[in-house]
Design a protein around this ligand. Structure first.
Ligand code: PLP
Length: 400
């Protein structure tokens, strides 16, 4: 009798060093429960609860009917790149052309390609913390090291130049800013951004500015885009943006980068050998969105604003929850430390598990974003579910 040994699968170090976040396990558990029919109030989603605006969806259908189902240029249709450039030119008085723009399969892909294009072994990239989960992994995947700049909850997590300078080194190759921020909602102040751009330029470091949530800013806060410094520092500033949140188009997968034409070419090279063009159908739908669906966007904005106005004080009314006013995005990021030490709750993950088990409410543990005293609550869900969720949380923690 012969014994056969199975061949082994040998993974690359870049994959084995990539961790699936254990803190997101609670969301997987919530998804399973929802699929089993359990009534969970889901505060997990990182995407709009609204459908894609009708006119945009119709344009996608028309694209199929008209036979726009073939490859396009790997960096996107000229018309789409022109429309993105025109949108920035209109809003900021610039003279960008399609050479400054690349369209890809979501802002996430463009971020990833920027890291692959610009980073070398030994480089460090500064990321303000709390941070969006993909930033550190993308930096590490590209062979560099993420370095975290702690932001101050007392300052609404708004990043400052001194937060960044505190962790800078000779190896600092770039900074990634995300404003409005996922998960905290923080919107960077103009004076700080101006200083950070100049600081990056003076050190030959790039500044990636992710403004995926650019339109969702509330209560007198103002979104400031780093594009304002692009003409002055075109080698430094790289903008990442997306159709996903602004136009409720997450599933269409269309995002873009605006950068120096040489950076755009490098991203295009990577894209041409990996995914090729973003979906042709999505690009045609995006043209319709970029031509203007202001009423739909306003409707979504108004709903988020109303929900936020209810949710923040409602959460602060729950004994033990401390919730700062988030400037933007569609998340709140309350401090839940007061419950640690009760009923086996020791961190954000065990608190999220407690809420799922005892309140049937799903939230994302802050540990996933580098902030273990907090949880992320998304209000991209109906007002009715928000009211129900807060009531359930209040009832569950009152038993602690
Ligand atoms: N940047 C941030 C901060 C995000 O939250 C997301 C999505 O959640 C993205 C980028 C990527 O979005 P997409 O790839 O859908 O454009």
């Amino acid at each position: 009798m012969t014994t056969t040994t199975r061949p082994t699968i040998r993974f690359a170090e870049r994959v084995t060093s990539m961790q699936e976040s254990p803190t997101l396990a609670v969301l997987n558990r919530a998804t399973t429960l929802i699929q089993q029919g359990v009534d969970i109030v889901d505060f997990g989603p990182g995407e709009p609860d609204f459908g894609t605006p009708l006119r945009v969806a119709e344009a996608g259908k028309r694209a199929i009917d008209n036979g726009y189902t073939k490859y396009t240029n790997a960096s996107g249709l000229k018309s789409v790149r022109d429309a993105i450039a025109a949108r920035y030119n209109r809003r900021y008085g610039l003279s960008l052309t399609q050479e400054h723009v690349i369209a890809g399969n979501g802002g996430k892909q463009e971020l990833f390609n920027v890291m692959l294009a610009l980073l070398r072994e030994g480089d460090e990239v500064i990321i303000p913390s709390p941070y969006w989960v993909s930033f550190p992994d993308q930096v590490a995947f590209a062979g560099a090291t993420p370095v975290f700049a702690q932001t101050d909850p007392g300052n609404h997590f708004r990043v400052t130049l001194s937060d960044i300078m505190a962790v800078a080194s000779e190896r600092t190759r770039g900074v990634i800013l995300n404003s409005p921020c996922n998960p905290t909602g923080a919107v960077i102040r103009e004076s700080e951004l101006a200083q950070i751009v100049e600081w990056c330029a003076s050190r030959d470091a790039f500044l990636v500015f992710d403004e995926t949530y650019e339109l969702f800013v509330y209560a007198g806060n103002e979104h400031v885009s780093a594009i304002r410094w692009f003409e002055q520092y075109p080698e430094t500033v790289i903008i990442i943006n997306s159709m996903s949140k602004t136009f409720a188009m997450t599933g269409w997968r269309l995002g873009y980068a605006v950068a120096h034409p040489q950076v755009v070419s490098a991203l295009g090279k990577i894209q041409s050998h990996s995914t090729s063009n973003p979906s042709t159908i999505a690009q045609h739908a995006a043209l319709e969105a970029l031509a203007g669906v202001d009423e739909d966007v306003q409707r979504m904005y108004d709903a988020y604003r109303e929900r936020r106005a209810f949710l923040v004080p409602a959460l602060n009314g729950v004994d033990g929850i401390c919730c700062a006013d988030p400037d933007g995005a569609f998340y709140v990021f309350p401090d839940v430390r007061a419950y640690f030490g009760k009923r086996g709750i020791t961190d954000s993950q065990s608190f999220a598990n407690f809420l799922l088990d005892e309140a049937r409410v799903a939230v994302v543990p802050g540990g996933a974003f580098g902030a273990d005293d907090f949880v992320r609550i998304s209000y991209a869900t109906s007002m009715e579910r928000i009211r129900e969720g807060v009531a359930r949380i209040a009832a569950a923690v009152s038993r602690l």
